[in-house]
Design a protein around this ligand. Structure first.
Ligand SMILES: CC(C)(COP(=O)(O)OP(=O)(O)OC[C@H]1O[C@@H](n2cnc3c(N)ncnc32)[C@H](O)[C@@H]1OP(=O)(O)O)[C@@H](O)C(=O)NCCC(=O)NCCS
Length: 196
C-alpha cells in the first residue's frame, strides 16, 4: 500500500483532514503574503474555495491524483506540499510538478526544503519518472533558492495569469532530473522502501 504519512527529522507529511480547515484558512489563503505568490488563490480570499480545497485534498487518491500533503510540525499544521500529476505545465505536459507553501511564522527554518525532499522521494517512487518540474514567479527569490537546493535548474520561462494579482506574471520553469535529485538527497526507492 502507498503510504501517505511520511516522518522527516522535524516534520510529518500527512493527508489533509476536515478539521484542518480553520488553521489552513488562517495561515494560508487569508494571508496575502502567502496568497500573492500562488497563482490559483482568489484575493480577497473565499472560504468556500478553502473548504473545497480541504475536501478535495482529503479525498485525493494517492496512487493516481495530484496529492496535497499537509505539513505538520509538533502536531500543528504549518503548510502544504503537493505532488501534482502531469498536466499542470502546458509547456511540459508529460512532467509531474511540485508546489508548496509555509505559514509566515514557519519561514526561515529550512522546513520547506525538508518537506519537499520527502515529497519528491515519494513522488519519484510513485511515478517512476525521470524528471519533476516546478514553476516559480521570476521575482520569488526565496522559492527559487529552495528549488536550487532541491537540485532544480531553470528550463524555460512562461507567462501565467495570477488570480490574486489579476495579471500575467513572468514565471521560470525549473526541471529536476531524478539522477541529480538522488545524487543530492538519496535514492527515492531506498528512502521510501520501508514505507511504500
Ligand atoms: C517559498 C517558501 C516556502 C520558502 O520558505 P522559507 O522558509 O522562507 O525558505 P528558506 O528559509 O529555506 O529560505 C529560502 C532561501 O531564500 C532566502 N531568502 C529569503 N528572502 C529572500 C529575499 N527577499 N531575497 C533573496 N533571498 C531570500 C533565504 O535566505 C534562504 O536562503 P538560504 O537557503 O541560502 O539561507 C515561503 O517563502 C512561502 O511559503 N512563500 C509563499 C508561497 C510560495 O512562494 N510558494 C512557492 C511558490 S513557487
Amino acid at each position: 500500500m502507498l503510504t501517505t504519512t511520511i516522518d522527516t527529522q522535524r516534520l510529518q507529511l500527512r493527508p489533509f483532514q476536515s478539521d484542518d480547515l480553520p488553521r489552513f484558512w488562517e495561515i494560508g489563503p487569508s494571508n496575502y503574503e502567502i496568497a500573492r505568490w500562488l497563482t490559483g488563490l482568489t484575493w480577497p480570499p473565499i472560504m468556500m474555495e478553502a473548504e473545497a480545497f480541504v475536501e478535495q485534498a482529503r479525498l485525493a487518491n494517492a496512487k493516481t491524483d495530484s496529492f496535497p500533503f499537509a505539513i505538520d510540525c509538533n502536531g500543528q499544521l504549518i503548510g502544504g506540499v503537493e505532488v501534482q500529476k502531469p498536466g499542470d505545465l502546458k509547456e511540459f505536459p508529460e512532467l509531474p510538478t511540485i508546489g508548496y507553501w509555509l505559514s509566515e511564522a514557519a519561514h526561515g527554518q529550512g522546513y520547506i526544503t525538508e518537506a519537499c525532499v520527502a515529497a519528491l522521494h515519494w513522488g519519484f517512487a510513485r511515478a517512476a519518472c525521470d524528471t519533476f518540474a516546478a514553476r516559480v514567479f521570476a521575482t520569488n527569490y526565496p522559492s527559487q533558492k529552495v528549488l536550487k537546493k532541491l537540485g532544480f535548474e531553470p528550463a524555460g520561462v512562461c507567462l501565467r495569469y495570477s488570480k490574486p494579482l489579476q495579471q500575467d506574471i513572468e514565471n521560470i520553469i525549473m526541471h529536476l532530473p531524478r539522477d541529480r535529485f538522488e545524487a543530492l538527497h538519496g535514492d527515492a526507492h531506498v528512502m521510501m522502501g520501508a514505507i511504500l
